[in-house]
Write a protein that binds this ligand. Structure first.
Ligand SMILES: Nc1ncnc2c1ncn2[C@@H]1O[C@H](COP(=O)(O)OP(=O)(O)O)[C@@H](O)[C@H]1O
Ligand SMILES: [Mg+2]
Length: 273
């Protein structure tokens, strides 16, 4: 049984593309054949995240327009055997992606791949709707643990529900265990209760994202906390029961640690003299 999953959010910049790339890589490490589709038409990023930007010749719009064959447009990751990319067009608009044509491509890809992960554009407009209308099985909603991102996720959820798709599973990204512990950031569990969606994964804020990008490699290639988070999410997608670390929630701290992580005092501007 293969899975075709759209990865969506309301707000941009919450980590959809980073999650699509690394989750795909994690599933390929578990021996699965995975194709990533960059559906962020006009703002593609997965080609760069997979270090394949110099290999792009044809893109998804060339494919849906019948200007090339599937094999011409698909790119294979060198670092992750079993991982493939169908890149987005860089100089086209969302309306260029015809959901009926995309549906045909998805049916074809289902024959060859265990997972099809679609990186959706941010927002709740045509770009997202084109993907949801193309016959995906499931959706993952990505949010960061803040009110603005949550509010946008709730709007995206309404769009997903209007398409009669199953309730999405939630990934909470960029968690800071210290801030969660000092109640200055919502925990992943709280976020999942607020939006009333089942939690698929929680990913910590991790500097390795930035370092990996600078080295033109993927975060998953480095031993770090976020890598473990992706491997856990991949295992859950495979149907395994994997415990949640609950960043910041269960941490036991010493009196000294509590003293050092006190809330910062507000900065009160000095009066002009
Ligand atoms: N958990 C994280 N820790 C640190 N940086 C992150 C994390 N998740 C994403 N980022 C960074 O945030 C930025 C936006 O991520 P991106 O995947 O492009 O978001 P989106 O696709 O939702 O617009 C990127 O620079 C990415 O490396
Ligand atoms: Mg993106």
């Amino acid at each position: 049984m293969n899975h075709c999953i759209a990865i969506a959010s309301g707000k941009g910049g919450v980590g959809k593309s980073a999650i699509t790339a690394n989750l795909g890589a994690a599933l390929s490490r578990l021996g699965r054949k995975v194709v990533l589709i960059d559906a962020d038409i006009g703002l593609r990023s997965l080609d760069a995240l997979l270090s394949l930007e110099n290999n792009v010749v044809y893109d998804i719009i060339d494919l849906t327009s019948g200007d090339c064959e599937l094999n011409n447009a698909l790119l294979a990751s060198e670092a992750y055997p079993g991982l493939y990319l169908l890149p987005a067009a860089q100089f086209r608009r969302a309306k260029a992606l015809d959901p009926k044509q995309l549906r045909k491509i998805l049916s074809l890809l289902r024959i060859f791949y265990d997972y099809i992960l679609i990186d959706c554009p941010a927002g709740i407009e045509r770009g997202l709707r084109n993907v949801l209308n193309a016959g995906v099985d499931d959706t993952i909603l990505v949010t960061t643990p803040d009110d603005i991102s949550l509010r946008s996720a709730e709007r995206a959820l309404q769009v997903i529900e209007s398409k009669f798709l199953p309730r999405p599973r939630l990934i909470v990204n960029r968690l800071d265990a210290d801030l969660v512990h000092s109640s200055e950031m919502m925990s992943a569990r709280t976020v999942s209760e607020v939006v009333d969606l089942p939690l698929l994964g929680e990913i910590p804020e991790d500097q390795v994202f930035c370092r990996a990008m600078l080295r033109h490699s993927m975060l998953l290639s480095y031993q770090c906390e976020a890598r473990s988070a992706f491997m856990r999410i991949a295992a859950r997608l495979e149907g395994r029961t994997v415990p949640f670390p609950s960043y910041g929630q269960k941490a036991k701290t010493t009196r000294l640690q509590r003293f050092l992580s006190r809330r910062p005092k507000e900065v009160i501007p000095l009066d002009d003299h």
